[in-house]
Design a protein around this ligand. Structure first.
Ligand code: KG4
Ligand code: ZN
Length: 333
């Protein structure tokens, strides 16, 4: 019997969740719209919003789960990686609550939690499986040996793929975060209309910084001939950019699966909400005989459900932290 409270505050979502005996009961997320007007997350504003939201969000999930605070067995929180100020709010709150209730704290690695989101709902993968973790800060191909042991087979050497989506969207004049907007526009676009150069990296690594430059130069050239080029072609541009990024992701994922001889393939992280990526993964699964695992939308982007679930898995192994643990903005894997 374990009742775990999960708290996530690594970037711009304040989220809390209760997990009872391995079942995630709820997952409340307070998103911060304030950053849209600045074209990206402003760390100081994110901290202030977390401070404002954390008490009501935690209060609400506990009431909604139909439990009393003193029924909690542990508190899991995101220790890193993320924005220092944002992590400080969640971790200080978790520590003070755990100290006052005299229950253990479970520090969680945000990127590992994205992977463990696959254990929230059926079907759950068996170990070992391959997970392509794609977010605004990371792009990694992992061999997931168990809930704590994950080996990085390949990763980006510069921008994350979510960053590439967001930067490309900015060039198209779309508001932040642009990834979901590209996804939406791409639904009605011709993905073969425009070709963008893909950066080649050795082995299973990625590079996504070059594509932004290639889109920028292409747009500059076209805008010289026609001022309305972007507006007239926004669907085709979004579809073509999305196809390029997905095909870069897939090439290495296919190679990783072959190299490891593993056919259970999962995707995780904010970009796994992308409909093009989800569909392409299904096509690849048919071609390669994969069994694939795609999280429910609410567990793709940042959420505390994945933190509470990670807490549940680590609670079983008694992987508790200390009150003196400080947040780790660059928490090692
Ligand atoms: O995992 P996440 O919520 O936060 C981080 O830990 O970074 O990922 C956020 C990233 C952003 O870059 C956002 O644009 C991207 O995920 N994203 C998407 C979609 N939904 C979120 N990118 C493409 N298509 C989407 N539907
Ligand atoms: Zn994330």
């Amino acid at each position: 019997m374990a009742v775990i409270l999960g708290i996530e505050s690594s970037c711009d979502e304040t989220s809390a969740s209760v997990c009872i005996n391995g079942k995630v009961i709820n997952n409340e997320i307070a998103s911060q719209d304030i950053h849209t007007q600045y074209g990206g997350v402003v760390p100081e504003l994110a901290s202030r919003e977390h401070q404002r939201n954390i008490v009501p969000v935690v209060d609400h999930v506990i009431n909604n789960a139909g439990i009393e605070v003193n029924e909690l067995n542990a508190i899991a929180y995101t220790r890193g990686p993320g924005l220092l100020g944002a992590l400080l709010i969640g971790s200080s709150f978790a520590k003070s609550m755990a100290a006052s209730l005299n229950i253990p704290l479970i520090p969680i690695h945000h990127m590992k939690a994205h992977v463990l989101a696959h254990f929230i709902d059926d079907p759950r993968p068996d170990f070992p499986f391959i997970c392509l973790t794609v977010s605004g800060g990371h792009t990694q191909i992992l061999k997931v040996k168990n809930a704590t042991d994950m080996v990085i087979l390949g990763q980006t050497q510069d921008d994350a793929v979510g960053e590439a989506f967001d930067k490309a969207a900015k060039l198209l004049g779309l508001p932040y975060p642009g990834g979901p907007m590209i996804d939406k526009l791409a639904l009605e676009g011709d993905s073969d209309k425009f070709l963008f150069a893909k950066s080649e990296m050795p082995a299973l690594d990625y590079s996504f910084s070059g594509i932004k430059t290639s889109i920028l130069y292409f747009l500059r050239k076209e805008l010289k001939q026609d001022n309305d080029f972007i507006e007239k072609n926004k669907h085709d541009l979004a579809a073509s950019i999305q196809k390029t990024l997905i095909s870069m992701l897939m090439t290495k994922l296919v190679n990783a699966a072959r190299q490891e001889g593993i056919r259970q393939i999962a995707i995780a992280g904010g970009v796994s909400a992308n409909s093009g990526l989800r569909n392409t993964l299904k096509d690849e699964a048919e071609k390669n005989g994969w069994e694939i695992f795609i999280p429910d939308f609410q567990y793709c982007t940042d959420n505390a459900g994945m933190i509470a679930m990670s807490g549940h898995l680590l609670f079983e192994q008694r992987m508790f932290g200390k009150l003196t643990d400080s947040p780790l903005p660059r928490m090692p894997f």
